[in-house]
Design a protein around this ligand. Structure first.
Ligand SMILES: [Zn+2]
Length: 264
């Protein structure tokens, strides 16, 4: 599932279309990806409007068009944005194509766990305005993190890191990377983490989010070789700090890898 850095990467694929007018639309109106969308309003209002702005927050993105038209995109498990040349004809899984004079902006989602939401109004849609603060934003403070951990005191920290209401855009591999850097065992109950460790968790969460955006989110390059990410799926993968073999278990419903020596 795309995490914040992958979402940012795909958001930027459509950047050449910024400032361009939508000249036509192709969409598969019956598909599940449009289940929360007024497709008729989308079709009627979007054509002849300029694409003005786009922004990613966690796993979601919002595109602003002229005359108070907005498109929310969640990539789900398999959603991808790409560019095609003008005159492109949508393939089976290309459920939304925004045509412009010089190019086509294509949303592909083979498995359709993603969704497209249309909104018309002067302000951004409410679901966007109430979304949780970004990890690298000012409101995402140590105090806010501490409160969030207390609200989920009995849950293992790994499961809590996957809650989008507290950690927007963090998915499975990022959560493992963060815990490894903070020297926290994934099964530690969130309410049992000391203030010192909360500070380490806060720092490592911000570090991983920022560094992932600067590599994967920037041009899809891999984070440095010293990251746990490169070892976590390898058979016999070891801790990048030394030679201890990583442990694996299902925690919070997801396969979790950690170093039994660093994360006691
Ligand atoms: Zn280790």
């Amino acid at each position: 599932m795309p995490e914040l850095a992958e979402v940012e990467y795909f958001r930027k694929r459509w950047d050449p279309g910024l400032g361009g007018v939508i000249t036509g639309l192709q969409l598969h109106a019956q598909k599940r990806i449009f289940r929360e969308t007024d497709v008729r309003a989308l079709k009627r209002r979007l054509v002849r409007q300029k694409l003005l702005h786009s922004e990613a927050r966690g796993k979601q993105m919002l595109l602003q068009f002229g005359d108070g038209n907005w498109l929310g995109i969640h990539l789900g498990m398999s959603g991808q944005l790409r560019l095609e040349s003008a005159g492109f004809c949508a393939g089976k899984h290309d459920h939304l194509v925004l045509e412009q004079e010089e190019r086509a902006l294509v949303l592909r989602d083979a498995r359709q766990f993603g969704r497209v939401r249309f909104h018309h109004g002067a302000e951004a849609p409410e679901w966007w305005q109430v979304s949780s603060p970004e990890i690298n934003s000012k409101p995402w403070t140590k105090a806010a993190l501490t409160k969030f951990l207390q609200r989920h005191a009995r849950a293992p920290i790994k499961a809590v890191l996957l809650l989008q209401s507290g950690f927007p855009g963090i998915g499975n591999w990022m959560a493992d990377e963060i815990l490894w850097r903070a020297h926290l065992a994934p099964r530690t109950p969130a309410g049992k983490i000391t203030a010192k460790k909360i500070a380490a968790l806060w720092r490592s969460t911000r570090f991983v989010a920022r560094a992932a955006l600067e590599t994967i989110g920037h041009d899809s390059t891999d984070p440095p070789r010293t990251w746990l990410l490169h070892e976590r799926w390898k058979a016999g993968g070891t801790c990048p700090r030394h030679e201890t073999v990583l442990a694996r278990a299902t925690i919070g419903g997801r396969t979790t890898a950690w170093c039994p020596q660093c994360q006691k």
